[in-house]
Design a binder for this molecule. Structure first.
Ligand code: HAM
Length: 426
């Protein structure tokens, strides 16, 4: 028996109804903020992620599914390709490649699978789904304004509320600009120098190559050392400080609660200024249901024009897990309005006609087979969760009036063809 690969999952009904609910609610909310959908490829040049997300990040250094693609002809040069571990780099690439700024397309969202070779556990998979949204554009479009940061955060709060997830916690930080980062890295290197030998192998390497990434460390023994390190908040220059103050002040004005977490640096190198995560208690260790932030230098890092941006990605798998605590998938899974049971030879034709008429009136119809005995039709209809069973036998066809039985109450009536849809609806 061939099974699904570790870290991948089949999403089955009725759970898929919850996924559908999450995605359709997200689409509705995004529409209200004037976001439009973009769909980018599942794989991209490896270099896009190396330059965008950063060589030293866990994602790029350990977790990517990468292969050398040979091309088809012997003369073709091979190219390193990678299954996308996140959506932002690909969206920014598409924004540059298609000159989207000229078309005023600066608010984009994307829903789809991402791939990271992580150790699978509850809420952490190797193929997982993100709902990602980005605001990007030349500074003249206001894309660098703190108003955008606050708008994105307020939109997320609205979306979570609309989904019925109220007990979230917004953690907020500013990771400053490259200027601040240079000074911070210097201070971090100095602080790490005397203690780094006591830290894990990854941290010893990060201390030299990219000290900020030390804050990604999950090794318990390293945490007391990390707790004593300097924080980026001490190194923000005046414009970054003002930007962060403005974000916080708008959030207060619109009534969005947040907690400052000055250890939050996020696991991707492209972040500048505002960085955030929404956590949810029910999830245990993998408690971040979404993360995001500003990335004012990303476009230039991958060869584009200056284009400040901010965005987020919701971990849809985790969001659905926290929804399952509150709402059973069964209760929102779609059920047939009626099951049509053709009874006896030749009745499949008549049943198909009636099913077509009813489906065209937007009813959900499940259809049986003339070879089923009535008992089997009843069992099938009940298993499918149909509200009614509609019997199509020779007598019914002659009278052009059909037996309609309510499966919950057992009440049965005979309904003329033209009245069937209305009877089912009532
Ligand atoms: P990220 O924090 O790496 O950010 O991922 C965002 C969310 O995706 C996480 O908070 C989590 O809910 C979910 N996630 C990540 N890895 C896994 C996994 N292995 N299994 C299940 N869920 C997972 C980004 O990806 C950025 N691109 C977000 C962003 C958009 N920043 C700016 N724009």
């Amino acid at each position: 028996m061939i099974k699904a690969i570790r870290g991948t999952r089949d999403l089955l009904p009725p759970d898929t109804a919850l996924w559908d609910f999450v995605e359709s609610t997200a689409r509705e909310v995004f529409r209200a903020y004037n976001f439009q959908e973009i769909r980018t490829p599942i794989f991209e040049a490896t270099e896009l992620f190396a330059r965008g997300v950063g060589e030293e990040t866990d994602i790029v250094s350990k977790e990517m599914f990468t292969w050398e693609d040979r091309g088809r002809a012997a003369s073709d040069k091979s190219q390193s390709l990678t299954l996308r571990p996140e959506a932002t780099a690909g969206i920014v690439r598409a924004y540059i490649e298609h000159g989207l700024e000229k078309r005023g397309l600066n608010k984009l969202f994307c829903i789809g699978p991402m791939f990271r070779r992580e150790r699978p556990q509850k809420g952490r998979y190797r193929q997982f789904y993100q709902i990602d949204a980005e605001v990007i554009g030349p500074a003249s479009s206001g894309s660098d304004s703190p108003a955008r940061d606050a708008e994105i955060l307020e939109m997320l709060a609205t979306l979570l509320d609309r989904l019925g997830i109220t007990d979230w916690n917004l953690e907020l930080n500013s990771v400053g600009c490259p200027n601040d980062r240079a000074k911070f890295n210097e201070a971090l290197r100095a602080a790490l120098e005397p203690v780094k030998d006591k830290m894990c192998g990854d941290c010893q390497r990060r201390a030299v190559t990219n000290p900020l990434r030390v804050f990604d460390c999950k090794v318990p023994e390293d945490q007391p050392i990390i707790d004593k390190l300097p924080r980026i908040s001490q190194f923000l220059d005046e414009p970054c400080r003002e930007h962060f103050e403005a974000v916080k002040s708008i959030l207060q004005a619109v009534g969005i609660e947040f907690h400052i977490n000055d250890r939050l640096v996020r696991g991707l190198d492209y972040y500048t200024r505002t960085a955030f995560e929404f956590t949810h208690g029910a999830l245990g260790a993998q408690n971040a249901i979404l993360g995001g932030g500003r990335y004012d230098g990303l476009s230039e890092a991958i060869g584009g024009p200056p284009a400040p941006g901010i965005g987020f990605a919701i971990g849809e798998d985790r969001l659905v897990l926290s929804l399952q605590e509150k709402q059973s998938a069964e209760s929102i899974a779609p059920k047939p309005d009626a099951y049509i049971a053709p009874l006896g030879a030749g009745m499949n034709r008549e049943a198909a006609r009636l099913a077509r008429e009813l489906r065209r009136q937007d009813l959900v119809i499940d259809l049986g087979d003339e070879n089923f005995r009535l008992k089997k039709s009843f069992e099938t209809a009940t298993k499918a969760g149909a509200k009614y069973i509609l019997i199509v036998g020779e007598n019914e066809v002659k009278a052009d009036s059909f037996a309609l039985k309510n499966l919950a109450t057992g009440e049965q009536i005979s309904v003329p063809r033209a009245e069937v849809a209305r009877a089912i609806r009532s």
